[in-house]
Design a protein around this ligand. Structure first.
Ligand code: FAD
Length: 332
């Protein structure tokens, strides 16, 4: 049997481009492959991949394996698992990384089962044990209150990685790499579901994940009306509005605005937490922010331990004056 070698990244493609999670995985995979002194491999599945394999090389891959077929135009569990199983069995990587995305969460457990190996999901940190060369996989446990590091001996070691937990490399278009096509015979009869319709999430303004300034509201905002005031400040800062879990659970804001362990991970320059207590599950989503500012009426609130600057007070009084001052400073 072939020796397991190399770090393989499963590359997701969104609207004909490498998705941001894939560039993050390639950045992290490059570091792991260099530590192992092995190659960084990327597998791309779809129809008419165009320039995407070259982009994967620009972001750090040494070798890209592609499987293209009209049947693979849309993501579909049965066909994609079948392709990945074949590619991984043929190439025998040491490590396989996928994103903790809806696609990665669907594929990884099925693939691990078919390959008879274990899997760690939602990893935040990955490293190589220099002695054993095994991947150390760190992920949150106990609802985000602690982190645990796992490893496994069966190869390939498979991990899914949370979005924004890793950083991409600067793309280098002159980087050289190899692209090889892998042929997979797909039996349409074995594809049990088909995509009937795709509904695109409507995002007005800047996407939360891309915003450099985020104004996030918590239960202390009290209802959907209050979020309109947060929008004013976000607009002045050319940023986006986010939320802790209670506003999303109470439908004051769409679920897509939730930040935290079960929401989005954000890494803006500025994170203004308004009426948010600072529970660990919320901090799990915003601890990567460069500067946190907290506005909370409780001086003992945990968020002040995380914040660089804090205002103890009622946001209804603090926020309008703060927004006016921001507008004045940015206009001047
Ligand atoms: C498995 C699991 C996953 C979870 N995932 C997430 C997640 O992804 N994201 C998340 O956010 N939570 C998550 N939670 C919930 C989390 O534990 C907390 O319950 C939640 O973050 C609390 O939200 P909050 O800070 O808005 O509300 P609270 O904890 O109720 O805090 C409200 C704050 O507002 C302040 N306040 C009230 N009125 C005012 C006012 N007028 N002016 C100023 N301040 C005021 C209060 O002093 C208080 O500090 C999860 C929990 C579990 C168990």
């Amino acid at each position: 049997m072939a020796e397991n070698k190399g770090v393989m990244v499963y590359g997701e493609i969104m609207e004909g481009k490498l998705s941001s999670i894939t560039t993050e995985l390639l950045g992290c995979g490059r570091r792991l492959a260099d530590e192992l002194k092995e190659e960084l491999l990327c597998v791309l599945v779809g129809d008419k991949l165009g320039e995407v394999p070259q982009k994967a090389i620009a972001y750090g891959a040494d070798k890209v394996y592609t499987t293209e077929a009209p049947l693979l135009k849309e993501y579909q569990t049965d066909s994609y698992v079948a392709v990945l199983e074949k590619v991984v069995k043929d190439i025998t990587p040491r490590i396989l990384l996928l994103g903790q995305t809806s696609m990665g969460r669907d594929l990884a457990p099925r693939l691990a089962f078919r390959l008879g190996v274990s899997l760690s999901m939602d990893c935040l940190e990955l490293s190589i044990d220099p002695g054993t060369k095994l991947l150390q996989q760190t992920r949150p446990v106990y609802g985000g209150n602690a982190r645990a590091t796992f490893t496994s001996e069966a190869l390939p070691q498979i991990a899914t990685v949370r979005q924004k937990a890793m950083s991409p490399l600067e793309p280098n278009e002159s980087r050289k790499g190899e692209v090889s096509a892998i042929k997979v015979e797909l039996d349409p009869a074995k594809i049990r579901t088909k995509v009937l319709d795709t509904v695109k999430e409507e995002v007005a303004g800047i996407k939360l994940e891309d915003a450099q300034a985020i104004v996030a509201g918590g239960r202390g905002i009290g209802g959907p009306e209050g979020f309109k005031q947060l929008e004013e400040l976000a607009k002045a800062l050319k940023g986006a509005v986010g939320a802790s879990r209670p506003p999303a659970d109470n439908k004051w804001v769409p679920d897509t605005l939730q930040i935290g362990l079960t929401g989005k991970i954000v890494t803006p320059e500025l994170y203004i937490a308004v009426g948010i207590s600072g529970a660990s599950q919320h901090i799990a989503g915003c601890s990567g922010a460069k500067n946190i500012i907290a506005i909370n009426k409780d001086p003992e609130a945990n968020i002040f331990k995380e914040a660089r600057f804090g205002v103890v007070g009622d946001w209804k009084q603090v926020l309008p004056a703060f927004t006016d001052k921001v507008r004045e400073l940015l206009a001047g």
